[in-house]
Design a protein around this ligand. Structure first.
Ligand SMILES: [Zn+2]
Ligand SMILES: [Zn+2]
Length: 424
């Protein structure tokens, strides 16, 4: 009987890792998580030599950050999209800079992993030792995929990875192919929350930016380097074509990868044209220029944990003409969260913020309604639904909502790490 073992991501947002066993072993994602002290935590152990394949849904570290560990002693074949590995390379390099004391692999293991990678395009089918794999657009970040996995005995699994069902400026929404699925493994980051309609968020965001600039201020947008920065610059370049847009930090390199793999974008021309309007900040002189007149600065890190966004904050915080617009998720213990709550960040000498402060919900994860739509799309054949990648409340809340919506004798579980689920 096929089984699914949850090695990570059980009632937690992070370190996604799922082991499917059925006349062989297939590993779906192998990511890291971070504890309260920001130290990396890895998923439960798996023996690399026993793996027939590893499939990676997307480049975020909570899905790929522990995978290089598998290449210390093994050489499992790994399947993913090209942009996933390209983006992951930058994220892993950055991760190792900060965490080399806490993690057992080095960049050379990432290189070994890349040498064992086989790239897949959306929609093409791959066969490995009796397992069948199909990757489909998940709408989350560039190259992100939902993964269809058919086991050697014919059990059909769909793993959503991180998924967004709505269309954004840069990406199409997730492709919900009409597949027959026996087991659905679904993320639940926002399993108990509904996002406001995106058009409304965008409208307000654009009008705030416009207001600040016409009042002679500078708008700082601390932003995640992957996805959010590219989305925000595309919106602003199109909606406010007269405004100067600057991009600083790791987002610059990621903008280049988005350009290189533009076939994964919803509308490559829209993005390419937007990018032509952007100035990439390369040195102190550029930085000074960006701060000297009204305009928008998009800079990493998105939660103000470091990087150029923090430096800009110090320079801009005390002028009421300016604004700091947060567009990324703000973890409860993050500086960005603290700034929103208390209006100051003493630890970096921002004691008093006169600049306008606001947060916008540009999430790249489906809300509860979108996740339920996914579950409903596969309800005609699905027998098991496994809810992962959400905190206790979100995972159990979504499991409950799915049971109430679809009903029948469906097996819906929100497992914890270490749980094994028999798939029948
Ligand atoms: Zn993600
Ligand atoms: Zn994730």
């Amino acid at each position: 009987m096929p089984s699914l073992r949850v090695l990570g991501g059980g009632r937690e947002v992070g370190r996604a890792a799922l082991l499917v066993e059925d006349r062989g072993k297939a590993l779906l994602d192998y990511g890291v998580n971070f504890d309260e002290k920001d130290r990396p935590q890895i998923p439960l152990h798996v023996r690399p030599v026993e793996l027939n394949l590893v499939a990676i849904s997307h480049a975020h570290l909570d899905h790929i950050g522990a995978a290089p560990l598998l290449y210390i002693t093994g050489r499992p074949r790994i399947f993913t999209t090209r942009p996933t590995l390209e983006i992951a390379r930058l994220l892993v390099l950055d991760f190792l800079k900060l965490n080399s004391a806490y993690i057992d692999y080095e960049y050379s293991e990432f290189v070994k992993m890349s040498e064992n990678a086989q790239f897949v395009d959306y929609g093409s089918e791959v066969e490995v030792d009796g397992f069948k794999l199909i990757f489909m657009n998940a709408g989350h970040i560039l190259g992100s995929s939902m993964i269809y996995l058919e086991t050697p005995s014919g059990h059909r699994i769909l793993y959503t990875g991180d998924v967004n069902t709505i269309q954004t400026w840069t990406l199409s929404g997730a492709e919900l192919w009409p597949l027959k699925v026996d087991t659905l493994i679904i993320e639940s980051t926002y399993g108990s929350r509904i996002h406001p309609p995106r058009y409304r968020v965008e409208k307000r965001f654009v009008s705030v930016v416009e207001e600040v600039i016409s009042g002679g201020g500078v708008v700082l947008i601390p932003s995640f380097s992957v996805g959010r920065s590219q989305e925000v610059l595309t919106i602003l370049a199109n909606e406010l074509p007269y405004v100067d847009i600057y991009v600083d930090g790791m987002a610059r390199d990621i903008c280049g990868i988005y350009l290189q793999y533009q076939k994964y974008l919803r509308d490559p021309t829209l993005y390419t044209r937007a990018l032509e309007r952007v100035t990439f900040i390369k040195n102190a002189r550029d930085r000074k220029k960006a701060l000297s007149k009204p305009g928008v600065i998009i800079a990493t890190a998105g939660m103000l944990k470091g990087g150029p966004s923090l430096q800009y904050l110090k320079k801009l915080a005390d002028d009421p003409k300016n604004a700091v617009l947060l567009v990324s998720y703000q973890a409860p213990n993050s500086p960005g969260h603290k700034l929103l709550e208390e209006g100051k960040l003493e630890e970096v000498e921002v004691y008093f913020t006169k600049a306008r402060l606001e947060w916008f919900d540009f999430s790249s994860h489906a809300g509860k309604d979108g996740l339920l739509d996914i579950a409903k799309s596969y309800s005609h054949t699905v027998r098991n639904i496994v809810v992962i990648h959400g905190d206790e409340e979100s995972a159990t809340g979504l499991a409950e909502a799915i049971k109430n919506t679809i009903g029948g004798d469906l097996n819906v579980v929100a497992p914890v790490n270490g749980d094994s689920i028999t798939l029948d």
